[in-house]
Design a protein around this ligand. Structure first.
Ligand code: AMP
Length: 213
């Protein structure tokens, strides 16, 4: 099964993707995580992406598309995948659709997590993430038991550079301009379900799972 999780930065895609990928038994593929890993290992893609990421802008389509197509060609993605943070532009969506066509496959569902702008800014500016396992925390709404330490793996928690308030506003503007048109694009294909992304995490998870059946 091929599923796309669509939503603004901070909508909860990472949190929901973890449960959903287990439920569907497919890998969770997040292009933001792939870029952060590429930066850490100093690869060519990582070096190209760095400036765009720090400014809160999108990495050029040709770079992200090349990276994503390579990732979904790996053996673990042959029975499907859950995409998080891709596609973010119409050109990316079309490339994904072409790649699926070539494999006589299709996109099964797009789940759009809808969260208000105010809530997104609050969430992102208090966000802490585990350096080791990527588990997300929030300074006020979901703090770890011990400050700075991951409850699950004892990894170190850090705040992303691009979660600074000004960069957050840029990222939300980019979402409105470049990514929001995908809502209409997938609605017209009849595969988009809109899920309210505020409230209890488990309730949101159940709504996402039931929208897939
Ligand atoms: P994320 O973790 O999904 O918020 O992504 C972090 C940053 O990585 C974004 O602000 C972009 O700079 C870059 N990025 C991730 N996915 C994409 C994508 N599909 N297209 C362009 N840039 C991306």
């Amino acid at each position: 099964m091929q599923v796309v999780l669509l939503g603004a930065p901070g909508a909860g895609k990472g949190t929901q993707a973890e449960a959903l990928s287990k439920h569907l038994n497919v890998p969770h593929i997040a292009t933001g995580d792939l870029f952060r890993a590429a930066r850490q290992s100093g690869t060519e893609i990582g070096n190209i992406a760095a400036g765009y990421m720090d400014r809160g802008e999108l990495v050029p389509d040709e770079v992200v598309i090349r990276m994503l197509l390579e990732r979904i060609s790996q053996p673990d993605a042959q029975n499907g995948y859950l995409l998080d943070g891709f596609p973010r532009t119409l050109d990316q969506a079309k490339s994904l659709s072409d790649a699926l066509d070539q494999n006589n496959s299709t996109l099964d569902a797009v789940l759009y997590l809808n969260v208000s702008n105010e809530e997104l800014v609050t969430r992102l500016s208090g966000r802490w993430i585990c350096r080791k396992c990527q588990a997300p925390y929030h300074a006020t709404s979901a703090p770890p038991a011990k400050a700075g330490t991951c409850d699950r793996c004892s990894g170190e928690l850090y705040q992303r550079e691009d979660d600074q308030e000004e960069t957050v506003r840029t990222r939300l503007g980019v979402f409105e301009k470049d990514t929001a048109p995908l809502i209409q694009y997938y609605t017209s294909q009849g595969i988009l379900s809109e899920i309210p992304g505020e409230g209890d995490v488990k309730d949101i998870e159940s709504k996402m799972i039931s929208s897939l059946s």
